[in-house]
Design a protein around this ligand. Sequence first.
Ligand code: SAM
Ligand code: SF4
Length: 525
Amino acid sequence: MKVYLETMGCQMNRLDSELVTASLRAAGHEMVDDHGQAEVVLYNTCSVRRHAEEKVYSRLGGDSRRKAHHRPRLILGVLGCMAQREGQELARRFGGLDIVCGPGQLARLPELIAAAAAGGRVVALDPDPIEARRAERASPAIADSGISDLKSGDGGADEADFDALDLARDPSPLTPTGQAGEVFDSPKGRPLGPLTGVRVNAQAYVRVMKGCDNFCTYCIVPLVRGPERSRRPERIVQECRRLVDAGVTEITLLGQTVNRYRWSDGGKTVRFSDLLACVADVPHLRRLRFITSHPLDFTDDILHIMAGRSNICEYIHLPPQSGSDAVLGRMNRKYTRGRYDELVDRARQIVPGVVLAGDFIVGFPGETEADHEASAGLMRRSGFKNSFIFKYSPRPGTAAERNMPDDVPEEVKRRRNNELLAVQQQVGLAHHRSYIGASAEVLVEGPSVRAAKQGFEPTAERTQLVGRTRGDHIVHFLGPQSLTGQYVRVRITEATSLALRGEKEEEKEEKEEKEEKEEKEEEAV
Ligand code: SAM
Ligand code: SF4
């Protein structure tokens, strides 16, 4: 069948969509980019903020009407966090909805589509995340790893299900369809969409853990993604090897709190820094990244491994959320402003040239002007390359939603959001300007979508290319499209608050040689 899959939310969802795409293709389905042509329309959804959910309601409303009036055989499905959060309720609300599939059930999607094609309506949800935690606590499947209440994957029969989709992954290029949703890694925290339309084969995400047990009071993730569980390290390394053998050169390890990764087995414990070292050793892996890190668990062993391995990129996404101790306490972030500042200082000391990015929430319950100023101060002090700034959105079932009135008025949230954006703009500009004149290694992601929209006319030899440095800076430069997926050196000539512009180095040398020659000719005349 022709399947259209649209992805909202974070990198975890994007990876899920890639894996789902591969499994649907393997089951004989065809992925299409045109929503109108599709026989199956799937939304991989995000529940982190209400805004993301509203987008899905609006899409489902339109699709249900289309189905009722013109396309009775259209199969409609909601996957991921919203499916898990709303479950049967979603199916009741949208009569045309055929599939509701929680994030832990995605491996079953081909089977669910077959059931829907046969006329069934299917709701496949993960076990209740709170109950699942209780059950794990009652009969821990593996010795506790020593840090708070972390769990490794249990190593039993359940383990095969736990990372079934990851293991079945086809390492050939994956190009999921519709990426129109909110993408957290857009500078300024605003949806930007993909930089190039297609992620190049050179890059891949690899999941190292699932779920989260941190229970930040504002956050729905622990309620929809379930308990925190790490994958067996051998399996992660094996997946990375297969990807590199298939041509991948840059791997990003993914976890909601990736640095809390921990695997215990036979009296031995693999910490996140150990895992980083093992993956960094995969032959021919040129770049290794990881997102997202929690400040609480960012221990110095991780910084030392980053400094010691040349293929680990000097980039840390380290969300502070707030610069005020009072707000951090109410958010249950378990660190103080002082500890965050110290961590930033140690990171700068131990990892030369480290680049930092942040997330902030404005208008959290009880946030005062002084708290807000403290966030702005932290932003300035940390010198973030970019920050994702979100207005607080109460999420059903979270501790903040249940116990703290959403007392910062919408217009105040909007103003604080704009003020932090303005501070980040200054900080980002200063940060990016510091690279002018430097030579950067850029992994080329392809022709720039934005340049195409702005009417740039490409030729075979020269188009506007976009890529990323090791520090995750976006770099624009002119060059042939054939450079996509390759590493080139770019001399940085200009900077904005969000990106760099430069010239491919050989070209610059060629240009300088030509100018020198012309000068000499002029002198000779
Ligand atoms: N695990 C990551 C961490 O602890 O930093 C963050 C994961 S969360 C999916 C991505 C970002 O969404 C968070 O860093 C936070 O800034 C934002 N976020 C989460 N819940 C939110 C809420 N209820 N309202 C506004 N922003 C929220
Ligand atoms: Fe959500 Fe906090 Fe877990 Fe991040 S660490 S996913 S913000 S609960």
